[in-house]
Each structure stands twice: as C-alpha cells, then as structure tokens.
Design a protein around this ligand. Structure first.
Ligand SMILES: C[S@@+](CC[C@H](N)C(=O)[O-])C[C@H]1O[C@@H](n2cnc3c(N)ncnc32)[C@H](O)[C@@H]1O
Length: 474
C-alpha cells in the first residue's frame, strides 16, 4: 500500500547524527541525484519523523542523499512521508532503510549496533541484526563488552539495594526484572566483593577501587568498614565525632550524596544515625533528594528505604520514586505495604519555599504557607500510623523568615515559620521532642556583595537549621 505523502519545506528537515547509521554523506552520489532531478527524474519520497524538542522541524529517517540533492538544486519543498514510529528505535529504522540500496560498511554496522544497544539495552541481537543486515552472532560480538558492563551495572544495583535491605519484590519491580532472577544473581554475588576486598587489602584507596570496579564510593566503604564499630567508622571516614548538641560543618562531604538543592552534609546524617540508631536498624527517608541518607547508611551499616518524587533509576535505583500527594483532596498514602517498620525516620523536607525553583512543580515547596503546614500535619499523622511505637523521628528544618526583603525590625510574627511552629504541629500529632540540635548551614554560601547589601539594609539573615529528635512517648 502506498503511504500518504505530503510536501514539506526542505529547510524544515534536519539530519540528526544520533539516528544516522552512515559515517557520512557520499557527495558523488548527491551529485548524480542532483543531475537526475534537473533532468526531471522524480525519486521516491523521503521519510522523516517529527524532531523531538524542535517544534515544526523534521528529522530524516531515510533519504539523506536525496534531501541533499534537493537542497543543492534549490528546491523549496520535498515530497515526504511523515512517520510515527510508535516506539520503534529510530536509529534501527533508519539503518533498515539505509541497507536497502547499499549495505552498511563493517564500521557503520558495528557503530550502529553499539549505539542502538547503548540507547536501549532491551533490544535483542536478533532485532539489531535484522535492521543492520548482520547475523545475530555478529551483533553479539559487536556489543559483547557493552552487555557485560550493563550486566555488571545491574549486579551493582542489586548489590546496593540488597545491602540497604530493600526487599526482593521491590527490587524486582524497580529494576524491571523478575524476582527469581534477582534471587539467583544475589546467590552468585560472592565473587565481586572478594575481588574488591583483595584490591583494598593491597592498599588501593576506596576511591580507586570504586573507580576500577564501577562501584560507588559509599558501596566500597560499606565493604571496607565491615565489622567495625561506629566510632571506628567515624575515625576512618575522617568525621570528627561531635559530643555536644551543636553540629556544624563548612562543607558537605562530597563522597556521599549527589550535588542536590538543599543537600545536607553526610556528617549531619551520620551523627543522627550514630546517636539515635544502631547498626542493622532500618532507616526511612521519605524525601531523599540527592541520596545522602542511603549513602551514609551504607557507610554506617544501617539499612535504608528511601523515596523521592524525582526518579533516577540509572544512578539512584535505591531511591524509589514516590510522590506524597495531597492535591485535589487526595488521602496521603504510604509507599510500601510491609510488616517491617522503620526504627528511625530521617525527614529532611524542603524548608517551606526555599529552593522551590529547583524542585519539581509538584514539590511541597510550591504550597502556600497554610497548605505546607497542613501537609506536614497530615504527614506526621500518617507516619505515626505506619511505624512502630518505638520508632523515632529526626525532623530537619530551619526558621523561615522573609529576611531577603525586610529589615529585621520590620519582620512580622505572622509572616514567618519558626521552629516552634513545627514543634506545635508535632506535639499535636503525637510526636514529642527529646532533643533540638543546632546544625546551622554554612554562612559561606553568601557572597561578599550579598552580605554588604544585607548590612546596608539592616537585614538579619538565617543560617539556623535544627535537627529535632522525637519519639512517641510524652
Ligand atoms: C531538602 S531536599 C532533600 C535533600 C536530601 N536530604 C539530600 O541531602 O540530598 C527535599 C526533597 O524533597 C522532595 N520532595 C518535595 N516534595 C515532595 C513530594 N510531595 N513527594 C516526594 N518528594 C518530594 C524534593 O524532590 C527534594 O529532593
């Protein structure tokens, strides 16, 4: 059946190299095609699809030489079939079309197979082979190393999630694998830790071993510190243990957690874990962001279930995607149904609307003040009904004052949210504080120009941040 064609402007078409299977354009062939066009010869229509992220533009799927020939003859429009690939891989589709008139060279076939597999590791060698005109076994050879890395990647993910105590059914769901495979792979996983341990015992640093084996630093720390006490772990990690209730650091420890708006220092998470949990305990972080909590739990041998609305499967499989949602009057729900309950919840939500521009639009940082406080109240109630009687809560938050726009003496009680407002809500919902620990943010984040402007306007900034430890007994 002839497909429907349409005339589109030659200038609205682009050659997207990421889905072009050939090494380059054969200019001799373009020259011949141009002559044919001038002689009145009509070619088959070219094939395009809508270009992603480029409104009103199309990218070529088939006909790069014809399109170049039309361009060189000065044609304004070209006959085209606008395809909807409905999820099919565009690079493979383009390759299948390209081999019609002329097979791909060895280099082009190899490169296309590798690019296609890198973009989508669920493609089979048979499918890739059909598209590029090669046998399955040849494709297997082309992508053998990539497949090995992918497999290793998967094993690392499984190992990390297992180490954090995430149940196998949730691992299976998260990684899109069946539970039997996860179980089987875990059984076979004694070998990789051995080779890492042997590198560590040869004197390589944690960072070197992590890089060599493609593991994350925190995972290697979890191996290298195995069997050690909390105090020894602090010592080896270079975290001076604070003995008093003021925890202050100039910098985040870059080894733990990703660059993330509102990231807390791993040292802060580590002190909460050290004082208010024990090795093997289950820690829950409902808004885990850049992953400081799970990373620190690996270093201190705690299990950890963490959630965030931002889904980063490739780099953070252990942070399960979940949005705490009260919009449109919805009931807040708990992300997991499990008999196992956390021993400690480490809750570091956005501090009202601070950094709102950096978070997703559904983040609670976009709620007006009243709704933000109502959300927390609903959340504390929900937490209470999903934890054990003995579960503790470490709630991190800061005084929120409108200091950027108002001189100190003109600030109003009603326009701020201070830490006692949170304490009121917590008490109302059955959470009673035992400690209020000062953990100020570093004032180094303000540059000299900002400081000088603040001083001129008599503005008193906020660096306060508190860790409030609560339990459920009055
Ligand atoms: C202050 S950050 C957490 C930072 C984290 N402790 C770290 O050190 O990287 C708050 C996090 O809450 C998440 N968040 C905000 N509203 C949410 C919601 N309704 N459901 C799930 N996550 C939410 C944001 O995506 C953000 O990552």
């Amino acid at each position: 059946m002839r497909q429907q064609t349409t005339k589109i402007p030659v200038s609205s078409i682009i050659l997207d190299e990421t889905i072009y299977p050939r090494k380059g354009i054969d200019h001799r062939r373009v020259g011949i095609f141009s002559e044919n066009i001038r002689d009145g010869f009509t070619f088959d229509p070219i094939e395009v699809e809508l270009a992603p992220d480029r409104p009103n533009m199309y990218r070529l799927l088939d006909g790069a030489h014809r399109w170049n020939a039309y361009k060189s003859t000065g044609a304004a429009e070209v006959e085209a079939i606008v395809k909807n690939l409905e999820g099919d891989d565009p690079l493979l589709y383009a390759a299948k079309k390209a081999i019609g008139p002329r097979q791909l060279t060895e280099e082009e076939a190899r490169d296309t197979a590798r690019r296609a597999y890198t973009g989508n590791s669920s493609l089979s060698s048979v499918d890739i082979g059909k598209a590029i005109g090669r046998a399955r076994r040849t494709v297997d050879e082309y992508i053998a190393d990539l497949r090995a890395v992918k497999l290793m990647d998967r094993n690392i993910k499984i190992f990390c999630m297992h180490r954090l105590g995430i149940p196998q059914d949730r691992m299976a769901k998260r990684l899109g694998m069946d539970q039997k495979t996860i179980h089987y792979r875990l059984g076979k996983m004694a070998a990789p830790p051995n080779s890492l341990n042997s590198d560590l015992s040869k004197g390589f640093t944690v960072a070197q071993v992590a890089q060599k084996h493609g593991w994350t630093d925190p995972m290697v720390w979890s191996l290298s510190l195995e069997g050690k006490s909390d105090r020894d772990r602090f010592r080896e990690l270079g975290w001076g243990l604070r003995t008093w209730d003021k925890w202050e650091w100039n910098d985040c420890d870059k080894r733990f957690g990703d660059e993330w708006p509102g990231r807390i220092p791993a040292q802060l998470a580590a002190h909460i874990l050290k004082y208010f949990s024990k090795p093997g305990d289950l820690i829950l972080d409902p808004m885990a962001g850049g992953g400081v909590t799970p990373d620190t739990c690996l270093a201190l041998d705690r299990r950890c279930w963490s959630f965030d609305m931002i889904d980063r499967l490739e780099t953070r499989p252990e942070i399960e995607p979940f949005t705490w949602d009260t919009s449109s009057g919805q009931q807040l729900s708990w992300p997991v149904s499990s008999k196992e309950k956390p021993d400690l919840i480490l809750f570091d939500p956005p501090y009202f609307d601070k950094k709102a521009a950096d978070y997703d639009e559904k983040s609670i940082s976009n709620l007006p003040k009243k709704e933000y406080l109502e959300f927390l109240e609903t959340f504390f109630v929900l937490m209470k009904s999903n934890v054990k009687k003995k579960t503790r809560l470490a709630f991190i938050n800061a005084d929120w004052r409108d200091f950027q726009h108002t001189p100190a003496s003109e600030e109003k009680y009603k326009s701020g949210i201070l830490i006692d407002d949170y304490l009121d809500i917590l008490k109302r919902t059955g959470w009673y504080h035992t400690h209020i620990i000062q953990a100020p943010m570093s004032s180094q984040r303000f540059n000299a120009g900002v400081v000088s402007a603040m001083q001129k306007k008599n503005i008193l900034g906020v660096v306060s941040r508190y860790v409030i430890i609560l339990n459920q007994e009055e």
